[in-house]
Write a protein that binds this ligand. Structure first.
Ligand code: UDX
Ligand code: ADP
Length: 463
């Protein structure tokens, strides 16, 4: 089967970039990305391509090449579903905030709504592709809903988890380590798998396109994220030990990373991992393991989250302790709010939790991030509901200029590893701060010796 029209439900950080790259690489396929959020779709359609809602290096170029040619963004979900041969589901699957599994299980409300909408609208056979990260056996739910429409339309369900990392999404999509496609192993299932393989094969070498059964594919995505997050928690756990000994975590990471069995990536000690995936996916894994009575398995993976929470709290406590055990009324300048560099995404960013802890101690927090809009900072803090929105607005100020953010501060905290922070005029920053001027480098990106020369007191992670 040759796919001519694709629809993607969900124009977020995964759906948007993924579909833009498919459209770029497959000019013969019409790709329509739909979303209920009108403002988001309007932003994707903004004639100024720099105003698209997802910031990713290289993405605006890809969008401007394909948009209007074979890439469309629309709020008409029904029409796009009806016309498509293949439908990607790329809606949000946040951790549940209510009921059974609260705080751990994925909330599949949006997935189910999508499935019901597809079932209601479709008049011809479709291949439905799970793109969002989903708990193992979600395809079963989709199948149950789609196969009971009673209108004779046939659906094939595939799992095609997305492994792109934010900040490098375009590069990851153009040159993926692998593409994973899970589907039924019967004849119809194999045909559907082949249809999706043929799309990716237009730019990904065939040997990098792995096909499995649906359940292996679903579980592989959770497992990949759990392994990656575990590496960060492992190095962060050792960073604390380094701070109590003469060891330096950067040297330890370099030494172990040269072991080809371990490898050098994902060994960067930090203020803690964030992002929409790691925590959510591990909590989900923990929930699934517990639901099968696998207590040891669940406890094992839960520890990765416990360690990450500890690292964020430890960083905030270190600031408080170093500033003579009180930050009440003191200005702490945050450089960075996004969960990593080169993205405007702040979901689960360590910065939110570190700020919350400092605000609890009545600190004043000044925030500068090159890509995060002012309102997002307040939305993130208000979402925690630790204090009133008015109080957050009083204690937190967001700046457009990093030098203003650092002015009159007792300390600067680096929360995101944006490259530009390395190249600031640190002498100017020092001159405008209260003394002693402290820097808490939560990403170990600054040149310690150079800054100490200026007069700063530096607290890196893990040394
Ligand atoms: C992750 C996976 O990498 C990706 O394959 C999956 O599709 C989605 O989840 P993402 O969350 O976008 O991607 O970014 P990633 O680069 O994995 O970073 C996650 C968090 O870990 C960030 O907060 C980052 O700063 C932190 N991190 C990463 C570290 O603290 N140290 C490291 O060495 C690596
Ligand atoms: P991700 O990072 O996985 O892409 P996002 O939260 O950024 O997640 O994006 C998911 C998008 O899916 C949101 O823009 C949301 O409005 C959209 N969405 C959720 N449910 C539906 C639905 N039933 N129909 C259309 N769009 C939906």
């Amino acid at each position: 089967m040759t796919v001519k029209k694709i629809c993607c439900i969900g124009a977020g950080y995964v759906g948007g970039p993924t579909m833009a790259v498919i459209a770029k690489q497959c000019p013969d396929i019409q790709v329509t990305v739909v979303d209920l959020n009108e403002a988001r779709i309007a932003a994707w359609n903004d004639h100024d391509v720099n105003k698209i809602p997802v910031y990713e290096p290289g993405l605006s170029e890809v969008v401007s090449e394909a948009r209007g040619r074979n890439l469309f963004f629309s709020t008409d979900v029904d029409q796009a579903i009806n016309e498509a041969d293949m439908i990607f589901i790329s809606v949000n699957t946040p951790t549940k905030t209510y009921g059974a599994g609260k705080g751990q299980a994925a909330d599949l409300k949006w997935i189910e709504l999508c499935a019901r909408q597809i079932a209601r609208v479709s008049k011809s056979d479709k291949i439905v592709v799970e793109k969002s990260t989903l708990p193992v056996r979600t395809a079963r739910t989709l199948k149950d809903i789609l196969q009971h429409t009673g209108n004779g339309v046939k659906f094939q369900i595939l799992s095609n988890p997305e492994f792109l990392a934010e900040g490098t999404a375009v590069e990851d999509l153009l040159k993926p380590d692998r593409v994973l496609i899970g589907g039924d192993q019967d004849e119809e299932g194999k045909k559907a798998i082949e249809a999706l393989v043929n799309i990716y094969a237009q730019w990904v070498p065939r040997e990098r396109i792995l096909t499995t059964n649906v359940w292996s594919s679903e579980l592989s995505k959770l497992t990949a994220n759990a392994f990656l997050a575990q590496r960060v928690s492992s190095i962060n756990a050792l960073s604390e030990l380094c701070e109590h000994t003469e060891a330096d975590i950067n040297e330890v990471a370099r030494a172990i990373g040269t072991d080809s069995r371990i490898g050098p990536k994902f060994l960067k000690a930090s203020v803690g991992f964030g992002g929409s995936c790691f925590q959510k996916d591990i909590l989900n894994l923990v929930y699934i393991a517990r639901s099968y009575g696998l207590t040891e398995v669940a406890d094992y993976w839960e520890q990765v989250i416990i360690m990450n929470d500890h690292q964020k709290k430890r960083f905030a406590n270190k600031i408080i302790k170093t500033l003579y055990n009180t930050v009440n009324g003191k200005k702490i300048a945050f450089l960075g709010w996004a969960f990593k560099k080169d993205t405007n995404d702040t979901r689960e960013s360590a910065a939110i939790y570190v700020a919350d802890h400092l605000l609890y101690e009545q600190a004043h927090v000044g925030v500068y991030d090159p890509k995060v809009p002012e309102q997002q900072v307040y939305t993130d803090l208000d979402y925690l509901a630790t204090r009133s929105s008015d109080e957050n607005s009083k204690l937190v100020q967001v700046y457009n200029d990093p030098y203003e953010a650092c002015k009159d501060a007792h300390a600067v905290a680096i929360l995101t590893e944006w490259d530009e922070f390395k190249h600031y005029d640190w002498q100017r920053i020092y001159d405008n701060m209260l003394k002693p001027a402290h820097i808490f480098d939560g990403r170990n990106i600054l040149d310690k010796a150079k800054l100490e020369n200026i007069g700063f007191k530096i607290c890196p992670i893990g040394s």
